[in-house]
Design a protein around this ligand. Structure first.
Ligand SMILES: [Fe+2]
Length: 272
């Protein structure tokens, strides 16, 4: 992408609009009978967390100013569709409601949020928002769009690790929906999840059988990080480490968790 004279990190106007928009959607929810803005408030915090993580990636990687700006705007707006989704359906399950990435794109267009941006920036932000929740990115995506989508997806995962660590490492009890309503049963495990971790590849949600499998799956996200800086954050934030340390100290988790923890520990030592 061509270098844009705008300062990559100066997106204060967008941040202010996002907060005002989210507050307005929360006000609509509060005004309805049985309105509950708790889940929407978590999405505001998540969006800010993802923006923070994206900024850390952008500050470390050698991107052009325009590329950096695309990454930050896409991070800020990646879940803008969540507020309308919650107002309409009272849930965040895309399969049972709507695709929140695509809804976010429609809202950004409707609100003309990106009209003040150069066309290449506008198109790349919309692409990254639309693609952030896809299982995999399409082949042949222009490089600047793929970079933005990867930054958002890495930054998103890093903040989900924070959320999961806060839920599962706390004094409890935790909300079962946060762990996809999986049973917290030490006798249940998935061979496919264990195998993926052993082979240093990302485990699949479809293979999960228990909360412990979920802890291990979150640890395997390390193998899906796309930048040195996101791998560094993954290790330094310590959330994956806490989640893995919560696994039972018996077979089949013990050996694979130990190997993963040692790998993360070695990288931590190397970055100090
Ligand atoms: Fe999302």
């Amino acid at each position: 992408m061509e270098t844009n004279p705008k300062i990559a990190s100066h997106i204060a106007d967008h941040e202010a609009w996002f907060m005002a928009y989210a507050a307005d959607r929360c006000a609509v929810e509060s005004a309805s009978p049985n309105g509950d803005i708790g889940p929407m408030s978590l999405k505001i915090r998540h969006s800010m967390g993802v923006l923070h993580n994206a900024r850390r990636i952008v500050d470390s990687e050698d991107f052009s100013a325009a590329q950096g700006r695309v990454c930050l705007l896409a991070a800020l707006y990646h879940d803008v569709g969540r507020f309308e989704q919650y107002l309409r359906f009272h849930m965040f399950k895309d399969k049972e409601s709507c695709n929140h990435g695509q809804l976010g794109v429609r809202i950004l267009k409707q609100k003309k949020r990106l009209q003040g941006e150069d066309a290449p920036i506008r198109k790349a932000v919309l692409a990254a928002v639309a693609l952030h929740n896809r299982f995999a990115l399409p082949q042949g995506l222009p490089e600047h769009m793929a970079i933005a989508a990867h930054v958002v997806r890495d930054a998103d995962k890093l903040d989900i690790l924070r959320v999961m660590d806060e839920h599962l490492s706390g004094p409890g009890p935790y909300n079962p929906t946060v762990v996809l309503s999986l049973p917290d049963d030490a006798n249940l495990h998935s061979d496919a999840v264990i195998q993926a971790a052993r082979e240093e590849r990302v485990a699949a949600y479809a293979d999960l059988r228990s909360v412990n499998d979920f802890r291990l799956l979150l640890g395997t996200w390390f193998f899906d990080m796309h930048f040195d800086s996101s791998r560094r954050q993954f290790v330094e934030d310590g959330h994956a480490r806490n989640l893995l340390r919560g696994l039972p100290d018996v077979s089949p988790y013990k050996a694979v968790a130990q190997t993963l923890l040692e790998k993360l520990g070695a990288l931590r030592g190397a970055s100090c």
